[in-house]
Design a protein around this ligand. Sequence first.
Ligand SMILES: Cc1cc2nc3c(=O)[nH]c(=O)nc-3n(C[C@H](O)[C@H](O)[C@H](O)COP(=O)(O)OP(=O)(O)OC[C@H]3O[C@@H](n4cnc5c(N)ncnc54)[C@H](O)[C@@H]3O)c2cc1C
Length: 508
Amino acid sequence: MTMDKVQMTNNDVIVIGSGIGGLCAAALLARYGKRVIVCESHTIAGGAAHSFKRRGFEFDSGPSFYCGLSGTHSLNPVKQILDVLGESLQVIPYDPLGHYHFPEASIAIYSNFQRLHQELQTITPQGAAEFQNFAARLLGLYEGMKDIPTLALRADWQVIFVLLNYARSLAKMLPYLPLVQSSAGAVMDATVKDPWVRRLIDVECFLLSGLKAEGTIAPEVAFMLGERGRGVEYPVGGSAAIVNALVRGLERWGGKLSVGCHVEQILVESGKAVGVRLKNGEILSAPIVISNATIWDTYNQLLRPEDLPTAYRQTALHTPTVDSFIHLHLGIRGDGLENLTGHHVVVHDSQQDITTPGNTCMISIPSVWDATLAPKRHHVVHAYTLEPFAGWERNNNYEQQKKEKAQTLYHALERIIPDIRERVVLELIGTPLTHSHYLRRYQGTYGPAIAAGKGMFPSTHTPISGLYRVGDSTMPGIGVPAVAASGILCANSLVERSQTVELLAELK
Ligand SMILES: Cc1cc2nc3c(=O)[nH]c(=O)nc-3n(C[C@H](O)[C@H](O)[C@H](O)COP(=O)(O)OP(=O)(O)OC[C@H]3O[C@@H](n4cnc5c(N)ncnc54)[C@H](O)[C@@H]3O)c2cc1C
């Protein structure tokens, strides 16, 4: 340690990583008056939600599906945080929220329930009625949940006092309590027989959690249905706009973001986190360290094995993973594509499981909403599908393997833009190696595959005093709203309840 440069900083909190979870925790803690520094390994902030530019095209590297980013009384935790930071986003509302293309039929999915019902009726009248029952059951749960702002919640026993303030909402939730622990699959089994609608629900759950309905927890689907029923929108400037607003909010309240700042080790002394050592040898000290790296990266890369109880460490590292992705980022000519819509899901083969890598392809073309993301008369396209990490190496075959694997994405795109290949002016193919490299994520995973009933997402607390975790391998799970909620749970647990009450008054 003698060779290290020890930086005598006055940080209260060091956050490792500027994913949405890390930024939300950091910005909120700065808002509470803590001295916060975020150390981000990449040169661009945002983690899975970062955007990047190539030759005039601005690509979302990951998420592009958002709701509740604007307006008042939003339930989206990102919006609640932006509100108390004094930041806002310009958004473009749209509906239908997407088109799902199955081998035998395509369907427009509307956030408006009536319109969705009408669409479903054209394919399966019986299934449409069953879907209504499925949604009604889950929306009952949502009605109870929605009056409790995420910004009020914390991850310790004091949450009991918080919840007491929302006794009426809790009472509304009482009839739905069995659903809280149940899977969307159980709700589907009780309400839906139609195979077409059952597959549709499986696809919707898969898009949300990486697992089908039986593995996806019911409250997550309830929240998704309830929220998107209020409208879907895309932020002007893409996902980067959300990241930039959070960074502005962090800095406005005195926090700092340092990019290109890789943390090599979390320093633990006598069972307590005391700071971090950076790749350049510098040491930053603080009594609180929050890791936004995944559970596998935090416990395997950033801590020494002896820092954690052996059994705890082993169990944590055995958390199952959802696969990684193969990505196709394209810049295309846009002439003659005036009626193009922005979100599509293509399922190639009905005989194969929807979770089989390559079978379900997600597509987003955000320049249909925000033309500034592409040069004039062009579009920016992002298509991706699950792809296992195993079998990928940067060897002589790598470029060829990339081209071959991208074919399933091109086939999916041909359902929407038949002459897509002739339109391409820029092609970038990302593999699980790319995903793991740029997002600094173990095996480029989408996140933990913790199925409903098979365990819970771990809490923000760790066995090491002063060390906390946020992001998609903590409660409540994967997705931008969920990781923002994880940031809230962590930040609120580090301050007095009265401070949160003051902040909530501002939200009102
Ligand atoms: C292709 C794709 C599409 C998606 N689509 C949607 C969508 O439409 N809607 C939605 O809500 N969600 C979507 N998601 C999910 C959502 O994007 C993620 O769940 C969420 O962004 C993850 O955020 P996070 O805070 O867990 O951390 P991450 O985004 O993983 O960020 C962690 C950060 O920590 C940094 N880091 C790691 N280790 C270190 C270190 N040692 N030192 C310094 N920094 C470090 C990383 O560089 C990274 O910036 C999608 C995800 C993917 C991959």
